[in-house]
Design a protein around this ligand. Structure first.
Ligand code: TPP
Ligand code: MG
Length: 323
């Protein structure tokens, strides 16, 4: 148990520090493109992915750095991808929103909201057909749960008992639109029901809610269903209630929510909560925690160094990989 808890801490911290450093590099212009930070939501990717085997699949989103790190992507290649370098996991062609690494089952992030959900159902169809025993996890947001692609995919997955877990990361906003009753004039909400997991009943499948700010709760929730899913006893819709501390994208003015609301959620920080538990319950010493902090910080700096020293893609490869 200690080993698992320390692993949870380390993975969440890798995501947090990776994101914090990437933001600074984006602001100074070293990283091009767009950034959608996963800070605050680390417990979801970590709690889910620590239940998966290396060859299980995940399909990620525009906010996908955390999913990829938790699934075990090589951080050097991921950082190089963000730098648009030839050594990146997609040879610098994908960037933040299209990270893929088949060697660890990452079937790609996706800039199209809801676009990954049918891909996940398709991967799970392949697993059911081949009886390869793999599980696919589809990560998506509360906004994506309002897309037609969500309903079609969950419906087909339920009819065919596909081995897929639909993980809705409900961070209560789709860009500037809240799930809950709007507080500002002119604002509209994008969801009328309280729990997205309740939709599971309309597809005849199980729906569960987990606390996306508590890595142990997420881990246990997935653990309780994954073997049934793997054995093709039907997909499950998991709703993780969570929160992004940063704006929708880096540079978002965030006029649609208050500082007070953000601060309330930061009080539930999943990394600080786990650190406190480890220390209070004498599961780990502060030296052990400090060693992990140091190890993670070094790993991220090494990845930045790797990305900086990597070559740009050559211009005569500009038309490669176009089909
Ligand atoms: C099909 C489509 N519609 C709209 C957009 C623009 N867009 C990008 S992210 C986003 C909000 C997504 O919200 P949610 O699914 O809750 O994910 P979150 O950003 O909260 O993680 C929107 C509307 C898009 N990329 N794709
Ligand atoms: Mg959202």
């Amino acid at each position: 148990m200690k080993e698992l808890l320390l692993k949870m801490y380390e993975v969440m911290l890798e995501i947090r520090i990776f994101e914090e450093r990437v933001i600074t590099l984006f602001v100074t212009g070293e990283i091009p493109g767009w950034l959608h930070s996963y800070i605050g939501e680390e417990a979801v990717a970590t709690g889910v992915c620590l239940n998966l085997n290396k060859n299980d699949y995940i399909v990620s989103t525009h906010r996908g750095h955390g999913h990829c790190i938790a699934k075990g992507v090589d951080m050097n290649y991921m950082m190089a991808e963000l730098f648009a370098k030839e050594t990146g996991c997609c040879k610098g062609r994908g960037g933040s929103m299209h990270i893929a690494d088949a060697s660890v089952g990452i079937l790609s992030a996706n800039g199209i909201v809801g676009g990954g959900i049918p891909i996940a159902a398709g991967a799970a169809f392949g697993s059911e057909y081949k009886k390869d025993g793999k599980v696919t996890v589809s990560f998506f947001g509360d906004g994506a749960a309002q897309q037609g692609a969500f309903h079609e995919s969950v419906n087909l997955a339920s009819i065919w008992n596909l081995p897929v877990i639909f993980v809705c990361e409900n961070n209560f906003y789709a860009l500037s639109e809240p799930c809950k009753a709007p507080v500002l004039p002119g604002q509209t909400r994008h969801l009328k029901i309280e729990n997205i997991a309740d939709r599971a009943s309309s597809y005849g499948i199980r729906g569960i809610i987990v606390d996306g700010m508590d890595v142990i709760n997420v881990y246990e929730g997935i653990k309780s269903i994954i073997e049934d899913v793997r054995q093709c006893k039907g997909p499950v819709l998991v709703e993780a209630k969570t929160y992004r501390y940063k704006g929708h994208f880096e540079g978002d003015p965030q006029y649609y929510r208050t500082k007070e609301e953000i601060n309330e959620w930061i009080k539930k920080d999943p990394i600080l909560a786990l650190e406190k538990k480890l220390i209070d319950e004498k599961i780990a010493s502060s030296t052990e925690i400090e060693n992990i902090n140091k190890k993670v910080a070094e790993k991220v700096e090494k990845a930045i160094d790797y990305a900086r020293k990597s070559p740009e893609p050559s211009t005569n490869t500009a038309f490669d990989y176009i089909f």
